[in-house]
Design a protein around this ligand. Sequence first.
Ligand SMILES: [Zn+2]
Length: 292
Amino acid sequence: SYGDRLVVDLYLSKVKEYKPVKQINSSGGKRDVIVVIDPGHGGEDPGAIGPGKVREKNVVLSISKELARQINAVKGYRAYLTRESDYFIGLRKRTEIARKRNADLFVSVHADAFTRPQANGASVFALSKKGASSEAARWLAKRENASDLIGGSGVNLGDHDDMLASVLLDLSSTASLRASLSVGDRVLQSLGGVARLHKRQVEQAGFMVLKSPDIPSILVETGFISNPTESRRLNTRSYQRKIAGSISKGVKSYFSDQPPIGTWLASNQSKSGSSYTVKKGDTLSQIAHNNA
Ligand SMILES: [Zn+2]
């Protein structure tokens, strides 16, 4: 729609200079759970455009900011955004920001579009197996000049021979994918409380932003911007707040069950976990679960 043109992207130097987040902070010497929220599209890329010229890039930025606000209001959590206003940012750059922030979770926020205006509902995606293995091949191929890979575990792929590097990478991406499906399921259940769901299960696809082998990552399609009713709703503050609230509820539910080691949340959970009293009729697995 633009015709011939020359595009020059100017990046904020701030974006390039992200320092790894310190592991110790305000929560009494234990680190926070880090959630990096990624509002899809931005700048010259409007994403999907709905009836009444509702633009996906604006809707998802509002929802993401609200989500960050809600997560930051909870002790033991810290949220960061990959973009804070209306500018373009590449897909690889988004995952790079998550890695530099030492993210425990990456959540990309989008709104769907389809040719039929009737299509509606929210959905949640994790990476497909095929997407994971093609990415693993890419990491192995370029590992000589990539020293900070598998950031959180401190494993440097370049230090190991081919076989060991590929096993380590495989273990890491299998664990990340399992965590992505699990957190995705919590978010989907929670979304079901405020929105119609497009699919009842977490779907899997090869989205580029989900390809970090070391960071659990999900993509939330908050609804269909091509559907007149949903588009109108997605453009209101109150509905954006509801959607953000249900995503944050799903995320918190996942992390309170599986707090990452070394976090304030983990040290807090273990104290309360040991106080579970066995009740008559409890199965062995219930007891094990409550004491975990
Ligand atoms: Zn999108």
